[in-house]
Write a protein that binds this ligand. Sequence first.
Ligand code: F6R
Length: 258
Amino acid sequence: MEIIVKETVEEMSKVAARVVAHTLNAKPNAVLGLATGSTPLGLYQELVRMHKEENLDFSQVTTFNLDEYVGLTQKHPQSYHYFMHENLFKHINIPKQNIYIPSGTTDNYAAFCNWYEQRIRECGGVDLQILGIGSDGHIAFNEPTSSLGSRTRIKTLARQTIEDNARFFDTREQVPIYAITMGVGTILEAHKIILLANGEKKADAVAAAIEGPVTSMITASALQLHKDTMFIVDRPAAGKLTMLDYYEWIQAKMPNAP
Ligand code: F6R
């Protein structure tokens, strides 16, 4: 794992955007796995800027989103369909047919989940997966005790996640209880993964994910089993890392490594 600590959210987002741009420059038809929530907003803004000012090209890119709330239509302002359209897709040149987001309104969730997994495989797998992390250590909506081999499925949200996400809704009661989410096993098949985290509220989860045991209680800890994962976090989110000096030492010494 590579741990990169940046002073601000802006710097964190720029480093992540450079990783995405590097992936697209090396493979213009790359498959990206995308997250929603507050954390990747700066990354998406930077990608939009790079598209407009530096011709970063999305014309051959395919995307798969991690998750969607069950019961929210695509037009619902809190749906992840709406979020992705507003914050990224409508500003870049990605073809509509290359965008995949789990459906929150299908009448057959089991069949949809199988189809979603199959589409990822048919597209050659995810080249670069972007992740945030929940304050309970979840990745996508893989809440504590989710199997580390889990696949795309319906998941009941944890109380903590409902509390955390209530800020986007008028009332706590409006937060959906179920979500459709890629599994931990699905995520671990991505060729490269970057997890972003900012703010003090994420410090415990980040420390548990990086330095704690691999456990389904903190599904982000499963990333310790992945061969190419990068954590890019701001200083407050890195606040509980006991080996922080070492991670910064590695970054400082990396340019001269043999
Ligand atoms: C969203 C997702 C979630 C979020 C996590 C953090 O697609 O997969 O795991 O990344 O809940 O959310 P924010 O960024 O809002 O703190």
